[in-house]
Structure formats: structure tokens, C-alpha cells
Design a protein around this ligand. Structure first.
Ligand code: MV4
Length: 454
């Protein structure tokens, strides 16, 4: 096992990783930007190294600085968390060259899944269900329009280098196609320096269901059930839960086995997530693979009892999984609310500042993953997510009640948060009935605005 790990991240996930390391008897090295010298992760780690100025590109994205800090500190491995360098294959290669273990999959696997149209083709060949669409990359609107006619409208136009909703357009009909294609392609060229596009039939009102997997370097792969992440706004998740009330035992097994097949096809190891869309007939389709630990990993931890960060570290150290598929059991129901320093009444504008006072809820089945403390600064340079409130109870109904109670108890003073907005969602009739899809927040927001104008 590693003696010392460097954590190339900040905020609550850096704190989460430091805690896992400490429990495992592994020393930790935090890195921080000049804006984060007083941040919780920088205070909790055994050592802290300042790696550069506040903007992420100069610090948390500065590969040379992070590699230097690792070598200077004598850490043997880097945990990248999520975001920043977590899915950067160039960084993985740099780690390899410097004899540092990257706690995550291989550079080759990241690249295979990073190109979304290639990933789609790989999955098609492996027999993992994908949305009907193109088999070859598309570079011009004329070819695209011809292929779209064969697939059938409405059509989703996507950038190969995209993902997470970037470089996407819907074309409802032949008349719209050329313009939508060219706008999406321009966005792709500008955003990713790659104008390769692909087409899919547009799936209306889907649920976002993702399967958590764990795979070791010996070829053992297991699935840990699904998360329903349909409550999103502009591709930013707000609430996640596990299990999904739309999925039964049979479907869970089918999706789980598809996810394992997907992972094995690209030689995946570490923790990973296969994202599926599920349509109104419960048909599921592969979308993307996230080759990192995700923000919402705690809901899976709560229902399976498995510590995903510790498993990632053990896998990276070369240990084989000691959990078998038949050992994985789902207990109860977990919900996570992301707490952001933002103002929902001002179009969710970020609200950085100083936290004057804080009170966290507690009790059975309540977990807070956060890097906040009274007096801490929330810098304007990074993501506005400042805490995750996670609850676990026997049923979905009980978990919802527990979440309302916990949201009511959580106090953050000094900055605006989305706490009240989250509470309103937890009271929403459709949410409570589990009647949700990826269009939920848009409809919810419209209803709120109508109420206010009256
Ligand atoms: C789709 C889709 C409908 N049909 N693909 C958005 C992000 C990326 N992961 C895939 N996305 C979508 N792909 C087809 N063929 C609808 C979405 C989508 C979506 C997916 C998951 C969660 C929220 C979403 C919000 C809008 C659109």
C-alpha cells in the first residue's frame, strides 16, 4: 500500500479523500492555490504545498506544478478527485513517466471514452445498447442531413469531443438541420478544436440513470447499482438518488451487466460510471462513461456500504477486489442534495464570500460532505458547490422526509445558497411521486416564476 498520497483537488472532495487516506494509515499531501491557503483541505492534510495563483489554470490545472509537488513531497500516488485533471490523459502519461501512480484508469482508456463517437462505436460493437444513429463521424451538413433522414427526426446533433451537454443541438425537422448542425459544429470547433460530429435519434423526456462500477487491474469488474440523476439544471446535477424508483431488480441486472460489459471492453480499472438515458418505455441507451469518481458517489456508498474512495486507492495499489457481485446488496434509499453558494432568484448567479456562521445537521443516516467552516472564504475562482447533504433511510418516502428535516436544520450565513430551492423541490408533488425526467427543473422553474408573478 502507498505510504503517502497527493490530492490534486480542493473543496469537499479533497477533504473526503484526506479522510479515507487517514483511516487507511496513508499520509496526505494537499495542494492549494494562493486563494486556498486557509481552505479546509489545506489545513487537514499532513502537508500542504502551494502550487500557484488563484485561477485554476495556474494551480489546480498546472500539471508541472502538481508533478513537482508530488516529487518534492515523496508521495507515490496522486488522487485527482473530479473535474480539474481527473480525465486528462496527458496528465496520466506525465505521472507514468515520473513513476507516480495515477489513482484512476489508464491514459489509453480515458482517451477511448473521451471521444464520444468512438465510445459509441465501441459500445455498439460490444453489444451495449446505443440510441439509433450514425456509425461514422460526420463532418458536413449535407452528409448529416442525408443520414438524419435515414435515422428519423427529431435528431440530436452531438460533438465527438463534447460530453456533458457541450456542443449539442436538437433538429426537429429536415428544415432545421443545416443551421443547427453548423451552429453545433462551430461551437465544437471553437470549444474543443475538433469539428467531428455524430447524430442520434432524440430521446424525449429521458431519465438520466448511471451505473457505478468498480474494476481491479486483474480483470474483476462489478456493478454497484444505479443512481437517478434526472434532477439537473443546464447539465448541472442538483439532486441524485439511489436506487431509482423507475428501476426494478430485472432492469438493474440488465443495466449492470451492460455497464460491466462496457467497462471490460475498454480495459477499465478503478471506479467508473456508465451513463445511460432511459426512455418512457424503460429502454436504456449508453451515453457516456465518466472515468473518474463522481460528485454523487456518496449515495451509492450509503446503499451498498462500500467506501468507493478506499476501493479506488486499493485498486491503484494493485490489490484485487475483495467484493464479489453476489456480495453487493442494496439497502434502503439515499438522496444527495448539492448545496451551492449561489442565488436561485438571480439566475443561479454564484455568491462567493465569507461564511459567517454555519450549522450542520446530524443524526442517524445523515451525512455532510463539505469543506465549509465558520469564517472560511468561498473564493470566486472555482465551482460554487460548497457542500453535499446526503441522507439514508429505509424507503424513498422516509429519505425524502429526512432530507427535508436536514435541509431545514442546515444553516449557512454570510453567503446565499440554494438551500430553500432544494427544500421546495423536496416538497414538489411530481418529485415526491418519483415522476421525474431530465426536463423536471425547467418545468419546476416555470411554475415558480408563474407563482411569483401572481
Ligand atoms: C441525449 C438526449 C436525448 N437524446 N441524446 C446531455 C448530456 C449528455 N450526457 C447527453 N445528453 C443528452 N443526450 C439523445 N439521443 C438528451 C440529453 C440531455 C440530458 C441527458 C442527461 C441529463 C440531462 C439532460 C438534459 C438535456 C438533454
Amino acid at each position: 500500500m502507498f505510504k503517502k498520497i497527493l490530492i490534486a483537488n480542493r473543496g469537499e472532495i479533497a477533504v473526503r479523500i484526506i479522510r479515507a487516506c487517514r483511516e487507511m494509515g496513508i499520509l496526505t499531501v494537499a495542494v492549494c492555490s494562493e486563494a486556498d491557503k486557509e481552505a479546509l483541505h489545506a489545513q487537514l492534510a499532513d502537508e500542504t504545498i502551494c502550487i500557484g495563483p488563484a485561477p485554476a489554470k495556474d494551480s489546480y490545472l498546472n500539471m508541472e506544478s502538481i508533478i513537482s509537488a508530488t516529487l518534492v513531497s515523496g508521495a507515490e500516488a496522486i488522487h485527482p478527485g473530479f473535474g480539474f485533471l481527473s480525465e486528462n490523459s496527458k496528465f496520466v502519461k506525465m505521472c507514468n513517466q515520473c513513476n507516480i501512480t495515477f489513482i484512476g484508469p489508464s491514459a489509453d482508456t480515458i482517451d477511448k471514452m473521451g471521444n464520444k463517437s468512438e465510445a459509441r462505436n465501441t459500445m455498439m460493437k460490444a453489444g451495449v445498447p446505443v440510441v439509433p444513429g450514425t456509425k461514422e463521424p460526420v463532418y458536413d451538413a449535407e452528409t448529416g442531413e442525408r443520414l438524419a433522414q435515414e435515422i428519423g427526426y427529431p435528431i440530436m446533433i452531438k460533438a465527438s469531443a463534447g460530453g456533458g451537454g457541450k456542443g449539442m443541438r436538437i433538429a426537429e425537422s429536415k428544415e432545421e438541420f443545416k443551421e443547427k448542425f453548423e451552429t453545433a459544429q462551430k461551437e465544437a470547433e471553437k470549444g474543443f478544436g475538433d469539428n467531428t460530429m455524430y447524430l442520434e435519434r432524440y430521446v424525449k423526456n429521458p431519465r438520466h440513470i448511471e451505473i457505478q462500477i468498480l474494476a481491479d487491474q486483474q480483470g474483476n469488474t462489478i456493478y454497484l447499482g444505479e443512481r437517478d440523476c434526472s434532477i439537473q439544471r443546464r447539465h448541472q446535477k442538483m439532486i441524485e438518488e439511489a436506487p431509482s424508483c423507475a428501476i426494478d431488480e430485472t432492469l438493474r441486472k440488465q443495466m449492470g451487466e451492460s455497464a460491466v460489459k462496457a467497462s471490460k471492453t475498454v480495459g477499465y480499472y478503478s471506479a467508473g460510471t456508465i451513463e445511460f438515458l432511459m426512455d418512457e418505455n424503460n429502454q436504456f441507451y449508453f451515453m457516456e462513461m465518466n472515468t473518474r469518481i463522481q460528485v454523487e458517489h456518496p449515495v451509492t456508498e450509503m446503499i451498498t456500504g462500500i467506501d468507493l474512495i478506499k476501493e479506488q486507492i486499493k485498486i491503484a495499489a494493485g490489490e484485487s477486489l475483495n467484493i464479489k457481485q453476489e456480495d453487493v446488496q442494496i439497502h434502503g434509499h439515499a438522496i444527495e442534495c448539492r448545496i451551492n453558494a449561489e442565488d436561485p432568484s438571480k439566475n443561479f448567479m454564484p455568491c462567493p464570500g465569507t461564511v459567517e456562521y454555519i450549522h450542520f445537521p446530524g443524526g442517524k443516516g445523515i451525512r455532510v460532505d463539505s469543506a465549509l467552516y465558520a469564517g472560511c472564504q468561498i473564493p470566486p475562482y472555482y465551482d460554487s458547490m460548497v457542500a453535499k447533504l446526503i441522507v439514508h433511510d429505509e424507503t424513498r418516502e422516509l429519505a425524502i422526509k429526512k432530507m427535508r428535516s436536514a435541509l431545514g436544520e442546515l444553516i449557512v450565513q454570510g453567503v446565499n445558497t440554494n438551500l430553500d430551492y432544494q427544500y421546495e423541490i423536496l416538497k414538489d408533488e411530481d418529485y415526491v411521486r418519483g415522476n421525474v425526467d431530465t426536463g423536471f427543473i425547467e418545468k419546476f422553474q416555470k411554475r415558480l416564476e408563474e407563482q411569483e408573478s401572481q
